[in-house]
Design a protein around this ligand. Structure first.
Ligand code: PDD
Length: 279
């Protein structure tokens, strides 16, 4: 596998990262995951904007990213996946610092790593829907930063998957935030409802695109606080994310929902979303 590492494209097993890299020792870094639909990366400009913001929020100097699209296409081509539904993973850490200290010097050189991989979509989940659970959001209160510090999210997700659940509806004090790696939308009547942007959720690119689709296609939407107690009243629910796109929820563990199959608002948005990358 060919990857990009600190300025060069090389084979993955040639990459050498110091154990004193702050990414390794403190999860001191940020990342992005971007969808590649043959032959284009989807909403690359929005992912770059979010990456720059994440870097700036934790005071890591940002690279220019001028040649990022070229570089990503080069990786796709070198790995022979030009015709495959794929993803790019970009990670930037604060870099090497010795000796290990919590506080960082301001002159560190960031470590930049990019890989691409074939990443087919889970068609059955998108068509038939998924079962999710409910979990307490135990992450730090800066979930708007796409940090590699994902331990709370990975533990929550792992436990959910072990119970046969695809995702969790996370909440803080009974107010719904997002999933472990997705944003959440609900439907009541014909209106889409989603938690507002705040420090407690990631400003998802898919969320942004879906709300724009609602605008264009005359679907009402509200960004507002949602209580767990409302789950039993909704007519539809779905998760949003780069790899999950728009995936319907058909069951919420422990909740008697009004729905048990994907609804028409979800289907309409799925159709319109797929037109964006096919068109
Ligand atoms: N996850 N919320 C969280 C906590 C996420 O980690 C993600 C993305 C999203 C959806 O954002 P977007 O639509 O921009 O992908 C929401 C990525 C894909 C991941 O960690 O693999």
């Amino acid at each position: 596998m060919f990857v990009f590492f600190n300025g060069s494209i090389l084979e993955e097993d040639k990459v050498r990262i110091s154990p004193f890299d702050r990414g390794f020792q403190f999860s001191d870094g940020v990342y992005e995951v971007i969808r590649y639909y043959p032959k284009k990366f989807f909403k690359l400009d929005l992912h770059i904007d979010r990456l720059k913001r994440s870097l700036s929020e934790i005071e890591i100097p940002s690279p220019a990213f001028d040649d990022l699209e070229f570089l990503l296409m080069e990786l796709i081509s070198k790995n022979n996946i030009s015709e495959e539904l794929s993803t790019a993973y970009i990670q930037i850490t604060r870099g090497y610092q010795y000796p290990r200290r919590h506080n960082y010097s301001n002159d560190l050189v960031p470590t930049i790593f990019i890989s691409v991989e074939k990443f087919p979509r889970k068609k059955d989940e998108m068509i038939d829907g998924i079962k999710v659970g409910i979990g307490e959001d135990t992450r730090w209160p800066r979930c708007d930063i796409k940090s590699t510090m994902l331990l709370a999210a990975t533990l929550l997700n792992h436990r959910a998957v072990e119970k046969g659940l695809s995702e969790l509806i996370l909440h803080r004090n009974e107010k719904i935030t997002e999933g472990t790696h997705t944003n959440l939308c609900f439907v009541k009547g014909n209106s889409v409802i989603t938690p507002p942007l705040s420090n407690f959720i990631l400003p998802g690119i898919t969320r942004k695109v879906v709300l724009e689709l609602c605008k264009v296609h005359g679907i009402n939407f509200t960004e507002r606080e949602i209580s767990l107690s409302e789950l039993a009243e909704f007519d539809e629910a779905f998760i949003l994310g780069t790899t999950k796109e728009i995936t319907p929820i058909i069951e919420i563990d422990g909740v008697k929902t009004k729905f048990n199959k994907p609804g028409h608002v979800c289907r309409k948005l799925q159709t319109e979303y797929s037109r964006l990358y096919n068109g």
